[in-house]
Design a protein around this ligand. Sequence first.
Ligand code: DQA
Length: 149
Amino acid sequence: MPDRDKPLFILNGPNLNLLGVREPEIYGRATLADVKAVCERAAGARAIDFRQTNHEGVLIDWLHEAREKAAAIILNPGAYAHTSIALRDAVSALPVPLIEVHLSNIAAREPFRHHSHVAGVAKGVVMGFGAESYALAIAAALRLEGAVS
Ligand code: DQA
């Protein structure tokens, strides 16, 4: 299947199901459903497969699934960005581009959030723009596709 017929996988890690009620002064009032709507708008006619899990192994299974099924991946790893070498290894092994996103600017927060294990093996990182981080990452993924065809 040509890559352009494949969806963009948009994967969300732990605690992101609580968006809207979780520390709104940091993450804003948008719910995960609102974030999904932002993604659908940004993707236009392009199909997206939008998911969230609180489990590290499930995220890794989804990255393995994406190897065949996705044209590109947008990943908000949540706190696993700061802790998971296993997640980094799964990203590093991907044959398709992955863009890491964060709602908040992790570089401006507590020191333990400054390092992301994923960032070094991602195509790029978008952070600090709330739900718009996802829209910007989707725009980048679609632009990248244009550049390689
Ligand atoms: C986050 C930033 C992480 O440090 C935090 O653990 C999250 C959310 C963000 O989108 O800003 O769960 O990934």
